[in-house]
Design a protein around this ligand. Structure first.
Ligand code: VGL
Ligand code: ZN
Length: 273
């Protein structure tokens, strides 16, 4: 109502309820008291009907949507400059997930950010292995290691979280891959599959039961983190459209197969209210 004008336009909800009232009290002097009472009654019914149709609409839209609780945490994996187009290990479209992650994060009270955090002479860098090129593999004592371009060196600009990430309530930043001789795709366990980062203990200490994983890259750090979340007893979902993959020889499809087999759910950012 503005300046004594009460004006409702049509309100239509997905639930099929239609409320249409158009009235103006500006023509009040032309209404007799019977008309006025009838109009106000109709308007009142309309207000109630409109309010309940908004409630129905809201409930219909929210039905089946995920509403995170204090027992849930969002894990935002490695959204760092090196993995964004223009970075040294750029993931195609890596920048496109940033607005989606910011939106999803608003519904979480618990958010963990991770940073890949390598020494300058890290064993996962092809530059440390004469004759080897990025994306070739070598055998290390813990297994096969993919060799990468130098990336996410401790304290460098490339290792910083992308400046578009806007999640002020995030409580923890887990850095990983800081042991020169051991890589760590997973936010939980290093590549020796023994050394913990401390994230599982943190989440358990906070009574968190379920994690939602997004970030970069789907087929490496996101997938390994989601798989290890299951290993440590958490419920885990990966938000597919809030991730992008590196995709070497079908590695994204392989990662989804492994994740599904391990009970990781595949969801979309639109699954959040
Ligand atoms: C990652 C390759 C090397 C990742 C980190 O964040 O997925 N991939 N280091
Ligand atoms: Zn790395």
């Amino acid at each position: 109502a503005e300046g004594g004008v009460l004006d409702f336009s049509a309100v239509e909800s997905d639930a099929g309820a239609t409320v249409s009232i158009t009235g103006s009290l500006r023509g009040e002097e032309k209404m007799n008291s019977f008309d006025r009472r009838r109009f106000l009654t109709a308007a009142g019914v309309g207000v109630i009907a409109a309010a309940s149709s908004f409630t129905v609409l809201r409930d219909v839209l929210a039905a089946g949507k995920i509403k995170p609780t204090d027992a849930d945490a969002l894990l935002v994996i490695d959204v760092q400059n090196c993995f964004i187009p223009g970075g040294s290990l750029a993931v195609k479209e890596g920048d496109l997930i940033v607005p989606l992650i910011n939106r999803i994060a608003k519904s979480f009270s618990n958010v963990v950010l991770t940073q890949d955090w390598h020494t300058a002479d890290h064993v996962s860098f092809a530059s440390q292995h004469p004759g080897k090129k990025p994306f070739e593999t070598i055998k290390l004592d813990y297994g096969t290691q993919v060799l990468w371009p130098d990336h996410c060196v401790q304290g460098t600009e490339g290792a910083q979280i992308h400046s578009g990430i806007d999640i002020p309530q995030a409580q923890v930043v887990i850095r990983k891959g800081y042991h020169r001789d051991v890589d760590s795709y997973s936010a939980f366990l290093e590549a020796d599959r023994k050394t913990e980062t401390g994230l599982a203990g943190y989440l358990k200490g906070r009574k968190i039961k379920q994690v939602f994983v997004c970030g970069l890259a789907t087929d490496y750090c996101v997938a390994w983190s989601a798989l290890d979340a299951r290993k440590f007893g958490f419920q885990a979902s990966v938000i597919e459209d809030a991730c992008r993959g590196i995709d070497i020889n079908g590695s994204v499809a392989a990662a989804w197969k492994d994740m599904t087999a391990a009970g990781v759910k595949q969801i979309q950012s639109s699954d959040f209210a």
